[in-house]
Write a protein that binds this ligand. Sequence first.
Ligand SMILES: [Zn+2]
Length: 404
Amino acid sequence: MSDASEEALGWRVLAREGGARAGELQTRRGVIETPVFMPVGTLGTVKGVRFEELEAEDLDARIILGNTYHLLLRPGPEVIRACGGLHRFTGWRRALLTDSGGFQVFSLADMRRVAEEGVKFRSHIDGRLCFLSPEVSMEVQAALGSDIVMAFDECLPGQAAHEAARASMELTARWARRSRTRFDELQRDSADAGRIEEGANASGEGLKGLSGRQALFGIVQGATHSDLRRESLERTAEVGFDGYAIGGLSVGEEKPVMYEVVEGLAPLMPDERPRYLMGVGTPEDLVECVARGVDMFDCVIPTRNGRNGQAFTSRGRLNVKNAQWSQDARPLDEACACAVCRRHSRAYVRHLYMAGEMLAAVLLSHHNLAFFLDTMRRVRQAIRSGDFTRFRLEFIERINSGLV
Ligand SMILES: [Zn+2]
């Protein structure tokens, strides 16, 4: 563990109930209460939702994601570096987590070639040949200046056979070490550059927001094989990270299998570090995986499904395309206090969607994020007041009860 990393991220558990934990992450850009849901801002934007709205009281997102793969291809790290890092480039002032690019590269299937050194792949935009490795990923994420950086890993399909999953897990373990080494070099270089800069310019403005005090998370792989998952965890923890993520879930395996992997693995993860379940999931998944010991989540479904006309509600999913809502004057979710539900009816949102108005996607994305973020707010309150067991039962029962 380097000194730079210890400064970058503080973490403490405030309350527990069963396996569930309520805690607090201290980043250089503010405190993040956990369990937390992180909206995904693939290309430096949470699609359809302005930063003012993400910061407003009904959403109050404390941390969002950026995707290294997408930002590497467009606009490219040199543009973002020249604009002072991803925070300055986008205008987002709160915390940012960037993924390593591994997941996106591996979803390119036949457009990539994996070797010990790294991955060669063709851009999905213009077909040009690109290269990502642990070192390149750390360098790009340093240029982005995110608060939490993810190690570069290989992500296999959920159903991967034991032999293939073992080889992949071992590669991920070797890449974890290389990620750590390059990350530490970059943090040291940046700290040195920061001192020089401060000497020349008292404000040190030039480098604020860039690398120097980033945190680094390791990723546990091993598909659905519990022996490989345990070994991956041991080898990742041996390298030492500021937090630990479970990767390679929600990639095609059955839901009970995912819960089983999380249930077996999360309690073995270092108790004194935050645990992050990557790319998961539905509101039910969040609550169920909090119960199994997870602290951090991200997923594209609130905004992606919103763009496709689907609202998540406390009584399950509402499809605005359905004619039964055409004259319904009630809000998307009668239990929701978001800006959309306070003002607009199901009938209006449905009308916008059917007419192809872009505001439909904006309103549905806003409401869905509000529902996910509010669910996590209530999860945190429940754990802190020792009421999570009851909350979980009622939440799952209500969400399965169906819309009226
Ligand atoms: Zn709402």
